[in-house]
Design a protein around this ligand. Structure first.
Ligand code: FAD
Length: 414
């Protein structure tokens, strides 16, 4: 049974935390909701920070999940700039850095993840940047423009998106990647090669198989010194005016760990986003969650995941039926490319490429036998949509039909 008048405290006012407050009210919760976030801003979307916002196509207001008036109307008490230092599961209180204790009936941890730093010499030089928050994006934007040189360390989605935006703003861009290909951790080789070629054709340079040893810099008036180049493991130096470090994110699990909750690669939650304490939920990037379809636990970093888990926690607290499980999905925009990914290629034994890779309109299907496990679709929404359905319904497909793009996805899925 849910409790519509319970007192809910949400720690972390990001995509997951902000959405949880909204779903609670949508599901009829009438009790007090306190939303605490250490950033000074209303809950906002991060995806545009490397895309539309960086290019000046979206303004700060356009990033917000809800306008400020919504929180007042919905009776959600915002504590922006508030840092939570810990919580006491016995007393059911949260402690803020100010020393204040706030009581809760249910606690939702939505603390997200932080950009992983590179622990190498020069990492504290001015101009060595990361991209997680609006403040980070502001600093990056200041380093971009015609003729400016940006070194991107790490060829993941954030690095590639920032590279595409930096090119649009006239910067010179070099991507430095430790692996032999970009997106090595998160995409198949066909997709990696495609993105490398697409970026190269638009003026981005690459150093692959390249370890980074240090950031070099000289004092430029300020005491800290400013970056002048990135030193590679083979001794060469890539000259730059700024370096964006995009080498992944680390889940902010410390509060949960200190409180004795189970944490393995993220805060461990169940199918209702409940932690090992029945009065504490965890949602979004910080969680290590079950993926029933793939029979394993995993940590996802995506907006759809943050939304799904926000719904789950709100449903559990208000006593509503659990929303149906969703197929994990993700998107990335670079130049005029829309990449959409559904599912995860766990246990896949076959890859089928459908469409025209050189024409930038194709999809890579990952199958286990004749079942689709995942699809990576570039400018191919029908393949993405149908692929998502096939993954959800576990419908066997004909591999020959799937590979033949003259046969519609409707017919393939029939
Ligand atoms: P966050 O949004 O990180 O929010 C967590 C909040 O909690 C933060 O504000 C943090 O400061 C705060 N917090 C942490 N600890 C405390 C504490 N002790 N006290 C108070 N507050 C605290 N996903 C997609 O699906 N598609 C995309 O195209 C895409 N692009 C992205 C581009 C960029 C540049 C980035 C950074 C991310 C992108 N993502 C994308 C990922 C997506 O933004 C995240 O999955 C999503 O923001 C996760 O939401 P969250 O609420 O779990 O974490």
């Amino acid at each position: 049974m849910g409790d519509l008048s319970s007192r809910v405290v949400i720690v972390g006012a990001g995509h997951a935390g902000g959405s949880a407050a909204a779903f609670l009210r949508q599901y009829g919760h009438v009790g007090p909701i306190v939303l605490i976030g250490d950033e000074p801003l209303l809950p906002y979307q991060r995806p545009p920070l490397s895309k539309g916002w960086l290019k000046g196509e979206v303004d700060a207001e356009g990033l917000q999940l809800k306008p400020s008036s919504w929180y007042e109307e919905a009776g959600v008490s915002l504590r922006l700039g508030g840092v939570v230092m810990g919580f006491n599961r016995g007393a059911k209180t949260v402690t803020l850095a100010s020393g204040e204790h706030l009581p809760y009936d249910y606690l939702i941890l939505a603390t997200g993840a932080r950009a992983r730093a590179l622990p190498i010499p020069g990492a504290d030089l001015a101009g060595v940047l990361s991209l997680r928050t609006a403040a980070d994006a502001e600093a990056l934007k200041g380093a971009l423009g015609p003729g400016k040189r940006l070194a991107v360390v790490g060829g993941g989605y954030v690095g590639l998106e920032a590279a595409a935006s930096a090119r649009a703003l006239g910067s010179h861009v070099m991507i430095i990647e430790r692996e032999p290909r970009v997106l090595a951790r998160v995409a198949c080789e066909t997709l990696s090669n495609f993105f490398q070629d697409y970026h190269r054709a638009r003026g981005v340079a690459f150093e692959l198989n390249a370890g980074v040893e240090a950031f070099e810099g000289g004092p430029l008036g300020d005491r800290r010194g400013h970056i002048t180049g990135v030193r590679l493991a083979d001794g060469r130096v890539v000259a730059c005016d700024a370096a964006l470090v995009g080498v992944g994110a680390h889940p902010n699990v410390e509060l949960a760990q200190d409180a004795g909750l189970e944490c393995t690669g993220g805060i461990v939650v169940d199918l209702e986003s409940r932690t090992s304490d029945p009065f504490v939920f965890a949602i979004g990037d910080v969680t290590h969650r079950p993926l029933p379809l793939y029979d394993r636990q995993f940590r996802l970093e995506s907006v759809p995941n943050a939304l799904e888990q926000a719904k789950q926690a709100a449903a559990a607290i208000t006593g509503r039926a659990m929303p149906p499980h969703e197929i994990p999905w993700f998107w990335s925009d670079q130049y005029d490319l829309k990449l959409q990914i559904a599912g995860l290629p766990f246990d896949a034994d076959t890859q089928i490429v459908r469409g025209d890779v050189s024409g930038a309109k194709f999809a890579v299907f990952h199958l286990k036998g004749d079942l689709v496990q995942a699809v990576e679709a570039v400018n191919a929404p029908p393949e993405f949509m149908a692929g998502k359905q096939l993954i959800a319904k576990r419908t066997p497909v004909s591999l020959e039909k799937l590979a033949n793009s003259t046969i519609s996805m409707k017919e393939v899925a029939a």
